[in-house]
Design a binder for this molecule. Sequence first.
Ligand SMILES: NC(=O)c1ccc[n+]([C@@H]2O[C@H](COP(=O)([O-])OP(=O)(O)OC[C@H]3O[C@@H](n4cnc5c(N)ncnc54)[C@H](OP(=O)(O)O)[C@@H]3O)[C@@H](O)[C@H]2O)c1
Length: 416
Amino acid sequence: MGSEAEARAKAPTGGIGGVLRKCWYTFTVLMNATFWNMYELFTPHKKFDVKKATRRPGDNVVITGAARGIGKEVVKKLLMLDMHVIIGVRNETVAKTMVDEFRKARITTGTVDIMPLDLKSFESVREFATQVLRKYTKIHILINNAGIYSQPYEKTEDGYEITFQVNHLSHFLLTNMLLPKLTYAGTSERASRIVNVGSIAHYPGKIDVNDIWMEKAFGSNWSYANSKLLQSISSKDFNDRLVKEGYPVRSLAVHPGCIASGLYDTYPKFVQAYFWLLFKNCEQGADGILYVALSPDVENDGGGKYFQNCSTFFQNSQVNNTEVQKAVWEASCKATGWKDSMNSKPKTSPNRKNTPAIVITKDSGAESISSAKSKVNKDDLERESEIEEETTSPNEVKVTAKSQGEIDAIPSVDST
Ligand SMILES: NC(=O)c1ccc[n+]([C@@H]2O[C@H](COP(=O)([O-])OP(=O)(O)OC[C@H]3O[C@@H](n4cnc5c(N)ncnc54)[C@H](OP(=O)(O)O)[C@@H]3O)[C@@H](O)[C@H]2O)c1
């Protein structure tokens, strides 16, 4: 990669037509943001009341980009609900400081695992996903939160424009890679959830199936709008595939609101001041995401929907266009090297409630837990990590063997 100026100079203009379209998109994205900001100002904010939410000890959530902004507030509430939060971040020290801050604020519940993840690099996504797959049996919720906006033109080491890679492509790869563990955590009573943090900016987006990554003409607002539209299209398409194949996993998209956050750092200070004055805060931004991730109201709606302010909302018409969905899926598979067509049956029974388990009382002590483990171990299992120990009630422990199919389900990706 050359210098920033060099990279910017290479942004394809698309000639006079491209420049006019860039101006048009910049205008429509900003008008769209202004309209929704006004709408939000006059619509009562729906709060997600964490005190009324069900505590979920032992449930695992993976979240991207959560050491600041809206994601940080989401993590705080997940910890208050006693969940285990796996945070993928670029700077682990910043994330550790964030957790210390929560602990000092007396949020003592929940646990955290911080792992490096840079969505600018598919290699980093693969590394992160592989670690998660190795360490965890189940993922109950995946929140694809990280995002960038209005960036100068830059291509990543993988050869894609940075906004498309961070916002859409890397999350596409991550979601596909983590699907086996999301499947394993889902049941017919409660599906696992993939929460794609989208945006109202997807409304003015328009995908040209012959130039999905905007190689012919580029504009930074325009690429953000299209990256969020790609996320929404993928979210819906993914959900349709999950439902069709009988996976106990649902995929949903959510606009968090117009939120004063670091997302607008590239804007002049006076514009940021306007945002701080009129936009919602990060805590309010977290409400909508938490609602989609946790609310039982979302449970039986079949997935695939788009939410804002804790309610379903209409989407850009391209989201339901099957030809566009197909083109986006194929282009995203090609870009990320993802080979699994997702048309094959999941490796574990989608509607399984629990694998065979040995339930023992806690009173019988560590020795009987370890003997239960060794008994389960004889079921053709080789590694300790293939056994799961779960507290099912105050005085009971359930020792479960993961099925071999599940253990083998770390997917392969063509990294070339
Ligand atoms: N704010 C709004 O008005 C608004 C409106 C609609 C939608 N959204 C969406 O909400 C989500 C959260 O945004 P926010 O407002 O909280 O913005 P933010 O404060 O700028 O936070 C963005 C997060 O994304 C992470 N991130 C950026 N590039 C990354 C990379 N290459 N690899 C890994 N993580 C990366 C950042 O991590 P670092 O700390 O490492 O930079 C940060 O944690 C985004 O998807 C955004 O598009 C926001």
